[in-house]
Design a protein around this ligand. Structure first.
Ligand SMILES: [Zn+2]
Length: 258
């Protein structure tokens, strides 16, 4: 019990730090900026942050959400993303203990945060986290479940890739504009590696439902016609991952009759 709390606290702190790192990666890579240079700075006055101003959440609270030099407001996105990431990291252990599921959950939630940051800000889904995540997931499957599961996961990813590519090609023709981004196609390929084909389809359908209210809101407010689909897709992936067993049971019921 004490040990569990200890691990959860450690993971929470690690999650805060990684969340802060993901914010930098998700904000800079889409603009082709280096992750290490320039050092973190205030967007308003260029003030280079001192080490104690880089401590996740704490620095934001101690500075009352303002830059220490020019007093410009700092984005609330930073502490929010950091805390959310800390929560997800500790949730991984609380739900699964030390296991394949825990590591997979850590990878999925990290990609979720990165996709949130880059897709909402720039409508870009970064390749790097998806490639790294896919490789780690596939190697984990090879290690934990053996070669058959490994190859089946690769096939599932390829099937999802071809499926999404076809949807995109038909969609682009039908709507005469880009219907799905290339990033969405790659994202769902990652789903195939994680889940296999059936649960990937469930995630895509769920993601569409989750995106629907936001899409309506966007078209009503007429501010931005383009809706980032990625964050909703990966949120759906996380939900399906947590409720995998009941969803599988439901699918079996559906396929084999009541
Ligand atoms: Zn400043």
């Amino acid at each position: 019990m004490i040990f569990d709390i200890y691990v959860i606290v450690i993971l929470f702190v690690l999650g805060l730090v990684m969340g802060s790192f993901f914010m930098v990666v998700g904000s800079r890579l889409p603009k082709n900026e280096s992750i290490v240079k320039p050092r973190s700075h205030c967007d308003n006055c260029g003030h280079i942050l001192k080490w104690y101003e880089l401590i996740p959440v704490l620095s934001y609270v101690l500075q009352f959400g303002k830059c220490s030099r020019c007093h410009a407001k700092l984005s609330i996105m930073y502490p929010l993303i950091e805390v959310l990431n800390g929560f997800l990291f500790s949730l991984s252990y609380a739900l699964y203990g030390f296991s394949y599921e825990m590591i997979a959950f850590l990878i999925i939630s990290s990609i979720l945060i990165l996709v949130f940051v880059s897709d909402f800000q720039y409508m870009i889904i970064l390749d790097e986290p998806l490639i790294i995540g896919s490789v780690i997931i596939l190697l984990l499957k090879l290690y934990y479940f053996g070669f058959n599961t490994f190859t089946r996961s690769i096939y599932s990813g390829l099937i999802m890739f071809v499926f999404m590519l076809l949807v995109k090609l038909f969609g682009d023709k039908a709507f005469k504009r880009e219907s799905l981004g290339g990033g969405d196609v790659k994202l769902v390929t990652f789903f195939g590696f994680v889940f296999g084909v059936r649960l990937s389809f469930v995630s895509v359908v769920l993601g569409s439902f989750l995106a629907f209210p936001y899409a309506i809101f966007c078209s009503l407010s007429k501010k931005n016609r383009e809706v980032p689909f990625g964050p909703f897709l990966i949120l759906a992936l996380l939900i399906v991952f947590i409720y995998m067993e009941p969803i599988k049971e439901f699918l079996n019921l559906f396929v084999y009759g009541f």
